[in-house]
Design a protein around this ligand. Structure first.
Ligand code: PLP
Length: 274
């Protein structure tokens, strides 16, 4: 170890944060590609085509034509309003722009959400298996991830009964993903309702990660039905604009945002400060 590395102090919480293996595998795969090997990438969930030209052109136009200054921390108003209109058109759901916080990716949204919700030592209920970074985000913010083993009997998801059985004195957040990574299973509206009710009863937050919302093979999106969080009172929802049927995945510039529950006016205020 050289001197510079020996002098570096790392926070003790890093002892609980494991390597994100997906990135390590991707780096190795890219090295093989650079050496001339033909690699089929299955390590990261992303499309195998380039960003569509209309998106590239719009981004270039914006760089040329629009001033690039600091924006509101919650996102520029036209984008937040466009997302609000999207809910009205697609889901017939009224979601005012004031409940929408644009973030640089879902990871930023998760960090912000845990940042406003957790005190040192507060617990977050998560499924095992779940997206591996979630537990690290919780740790990074001083929280304690409580991984609950789940199996086929609950479709690898939490429900209110499982969450209640695992509830502790310091539980402050229930974090679910629907569709889930890595299992792809979804929560039913009733299950989400049950979790929302339990969280509300306990004064905790339900954090629903729906970055894969809309990626379903069977059920078409039905207006007003697939978006119960528009009505749910207590919760934070990580979201991205889902693809329309027939459109290539990632056609939209991949905008991520946090949707704040109706009963959480202070969440927007807190998010604005971070
Ligand atoms: C369930 C889930 N949440 C969050 C993320 C992080 O997403 P982003 O790349 O937008 O930060 C991922 C990425 O794979 C994920 O699968």
């Amino acid at each position: 170890m050289d001197d510079a590395r020996r002098l570096t102090h790392l926070a003790s919480r890093m002892a609980h944060i494991e390597a994100f293996e997906v990135m390590e595998i991707q780096t190795l795969a890219r090295q093989l590609e650079a050496g001339g090997r033909d690699v089929i990438h299955l390590e990261i969930g992303e499309p195998d085509f380039r960003t569509p030209q209309p998106v590239v052109d719009a981004a270039k136009r914006a760089l040329d034509e629009q001033p690039m200054f600091y924006t509101s921390a919650l996102g520029i108003a036209p984008l937040r309003e466009a997302i609000a209109r999207f809910y009205a058109q697609r889901y017939e759901a009224e979601v005012p722009a004031s409940r929408i916080v644009v973030t640089a990716g879902s990871s930023a949204a998760l960090l912000l959400a845990f940042g406003i919700l957790l005190d040192e030592g507060d617990e977050v209920l998560l499924t095992d298996p779940s997206y591996p970074c979630d537990r690290h985000f919780v740790r990074a913010l001083g929280g304690v991830p409580k991984l609950i083993p789940v199996g086929p009997e609950s479709r690898y998801q939490l429900n209110a009964d499982i969450a209640r059985r695992n509830w502790g004195a310091r539980t402050r957040v229930v974090n679910v993903a629907t569709p889930s990574n890595p299992t792809g299973t979804m929560l039913t509206p009733d299950e989400i309702d049950g979790l929302a009710r339990l969280s509300r009863e306990k004064g905790a937050a339900l954090l629903v990660d729906e970055i894969y919302h809309g990626l379903v093979y069977d059920e078409p999106v039905k207006p007003g039905e697939l978006h119960p969080h528009a009505q749910r009172p207590f919760d934070l929802d990580i979201h991205r604009i889902p693809e329309r049927p027939g459109e290539p995945a990632h056609f939209h510039l991949d905008v991520r945002y946090l949707l704040i529950g109706r009963g959480e006016p202070c969440a927007g205020f807190a998010l604005d400060r971070l």
